[in-house]
Write a protein that binds this ligand. Structure first.
Ligand code: MFK
Length: 556
């Protein structure tokens, strides 16, 4: 009989994700969990139902730029598929932005919101990008906007009503550079009743959005980031025509193909100043820090999707006489992938938790400092892991993983943007140094690591030899990191910068390993099994908890 390989099958993405359910049970008060679980379960079903159908449709019908109408008028329409539009409506229905601002569960609202983003993202054909930018814009407007910006655009970004909802772009990148934003060339000219922008924006994601946040330099303002100001732009007038904006072209990208990304020419675009003039770079970081958390959550989500597919496939694929899931070497590879997913998820949710505490005004000074340190670390580390994990998961399909209509290559192509946008790995490693130098160094982070490890050591299951070995290992890591930080003080600037990336990786490994161990000890003591302990072991015992190239080790 002719052989046909069974394809992988995905079930309810909440119910099947043991680590997500465990992490929420560990982090959240019982009454919050009880309230949110049914919604997560329903979204877990939608993620393999209508969201996935819409995402596949959007991916199959990428956006199209129509520069002119039939009669030669410049119209610059960007046409998107119905699937893409449905994804937008679902994002609003599922309150992917609103939840963070309604704050129904106080500081826990961010964890709830990000758990939902995590379920939605990998089926959404990267509609999670406009979701992220809309959330970032909402936060910037909440913090810096005047009454009219808060009543108007902010209300549209955080609404539950798809008919009223807006999404936002985040136009930061120009031809002069994406990392060094201080070189922004767009000029802001003051006119009666407002401002007009003139310049070119080289990458604008989700250009079908109704609004955007952007940087421009008011005429006569000084060079550098401090001379830039933050502006709100409403893209279209009541008739739907772009306001002083020309679309030069859509970008032809490696991945994120359903997401419209355009080059724009601003020629007298009306804009509203957000806050006072100047310090635009500092102001837009309130937006960036939110989108960076989304980036980490998206990375964890894509990793999880690739691993779930590879794991299910391994239970169906037979080679050398038995299913490959039962073959020790392949099973070990899958365990490594699962450990990477668990770590990325926990780290992302922890950053979301800190963000929620900060927004609700209940964060301690140390928690605020920890949030500042962990945001770039979580973004950069999970971004790199997303590429490594999706690549390894693709390989787990053999040749089928390389074939487009299995849907597997798309995961790798989409993952590859995660270390690039929202700050590259090196830029964010340097941002960790910036955060260390403007705060109290790594002290708040190392203090929390020690506190968690002391808690595990004092717990009911600490006597287990395996746990004490892991505790000792992570304690050594904390001491080594402290020593490393001390030595940085004796080094010149260039030598410090060279160490920024390995330092950031070390911080990620130590902190994530500690979170996993803390959760694993709790799970073991509470009768939730020992699988998290296996994950913690992989993180804590991999050579070089504070080693330079350790991120690859999870997948090697
Ligand atoms: C799927 C999920 C994600 C989807 C979203 C994707 C959408 C894609 C759209 C984009 O890609 S948008 C472009 C993203 N671009 C970046 O992320 C820029 C990367 N570059 C940086 O982050 C640079 O580090 C930075 C531009 C911030 C450096 O600029 P400067 O002018 O050299 O920074 P400087 O002078 O060190 O800092 C200016 C101020 O901001 C300082 O404060 P003060 O004015 O009080 O001294 C800094 O402390 C502060 N600052 C910088 N980064 C900060 C920050 N504050 C808080 N948080 C930060 N991260």
């Amino acid at each position: 009989m002719t052989f046909f390989q069974e394809p992988p099958v995905l079930g309810n993405q909440f119910r099947d994700d043991a680590m997500l359910r465990l992490a929420l049970r560990w982090m959240l008060p019982r009454e919050v969990l009880t309230e949110i679980e049914p919604g997560l379960e329903a979204l877990g079903a939608r993620a393999v139902g209508d969201i996935m159908v819409a995402g596949d449709e959007a991916e199959a019908s990428p956006p199209r730029h129509v520069p002119y109408d039939a009669w030669g008028h410049r119209v610059d329409r960007i046409e998107v598929s119905d699937g893409w539009l449905r994804l937008g409506r679902i994002a609003v229905e599922e309150r992917l932005v609103a939840l963070a601002y309604e704050r129904a569960h106080g500081p826990w609202s961010r964890v709830h919101q990000m758990a939902r983003v995590y379920l939605y993202a990998p089926s959404s054909a990267i509609y999670s990008c406009p979701v992220a930018m809309s959330d970032g814009a909402a936060r910037a407007l909440e913090l810096l906007g005047d009454e009219s910006l808060r009543a108007g655009p902010f209300g549209r970004l955080v609404t539950r009503d798809p008919a009223r909802a807006w999404t936002s772009g985040q136009w930061m990148t120009e031809r002069s550079g994406g990392s060094d934003v201080s070189d922004t060339e767009t000029e802001a000219r003051r006119v009666e009743g407002g401002w007009r922008l003139h310049g070119t924006k080289w990458f604008t994601s989700a250009t079908t959005s109704e609004m955007a946040m952007t940087l421009a330099r008011p005429v006569g303002a000084p060079d550098g980031g401090r001379g830039l100001s933050l502006f709100f732009v409403k893209l279209r007038d009541e008739s739907g025509a772009l306001r002083g904006i020309r679309v030069n072209r859509l970008k032809d990208k490696l991945g994120t193909r359903a997401l419209p990304t355009a080059e724009l020419e601003l020629d007298g675009t009306p804009a509203t100043l957000v806050g006072d003039e100047g310090n635009g770079v500092r102001k837009i970081t309130s937006m960036l820090n939110i989108t960076r958390i989304h980036n980490a959550v998206n990375a964890a989500a894509l990793m999880r999707r690739a691993t779930a597919l590879a794991t299910d496939y391994a239970s169906r694929r037979v080679a050398f006489g038995r299913v490959i899931a039962e073959q020790p070497l392949h099973a070990t590879t899958l365990s490594s992938l699962r450990a990477a997913c668990s770590g990325a998820l926990l780290l992302s949710l922890r950053v979301a938790e800190l963000q929620g505490r900060e927004e609700c005004g209940v964060a301690t000074d140390d928690e605020t400092a920890l949030l500042r340190l962990l945001t770039p670390v979580a973004k950069l580390y999970t971004g790199k892991q997303a590429v490594a994990v999706t690549s390894e998961a693709l390989e787990a399909f053999g040749g089928a993983g390389y074939i487009e209509d299995t849907g597997v290559p798309r995961l790798l192509r989409d993952a590859q943007v995660l270390p690039i946008w929202e700050g590259t790995t090196n830029v964010l490693s340097l941002d960790l140094l910036r955060a260390m130098s403007t705060g109290d160094g790594l002290r708040p982070l190392i203090a929390e690591v020690r506190r968690r490890l002391d808690g595990v050591a004092a717990g009911a299951v600490a006597a287990e030899p395996e746990l004490s070995e892991l505790i000792a290992r992570l304690r050594d890591g904390a001491t080594a990191l402290e020593e490393w930080e001390r030595r940085l003080g004796d080094t010149g600037r260039d030598a410090v910068e060279v160490q920024a990336r390995p330092l950031a990786y070390a911080v990620a490994r130590l902190y994530t390993g500690t979170l996993l161990l803390d959760l694993a000890a709790w799970a073991s003591a509470s009768g939730y099994g020992r699988e998290p302990l296996a994950d913690a072991r992989l993180w804590a015992m991999a050579d070089g908890v504070v080693g330079a190239s350790c991120w690859t080790r999870l997948c090697s």
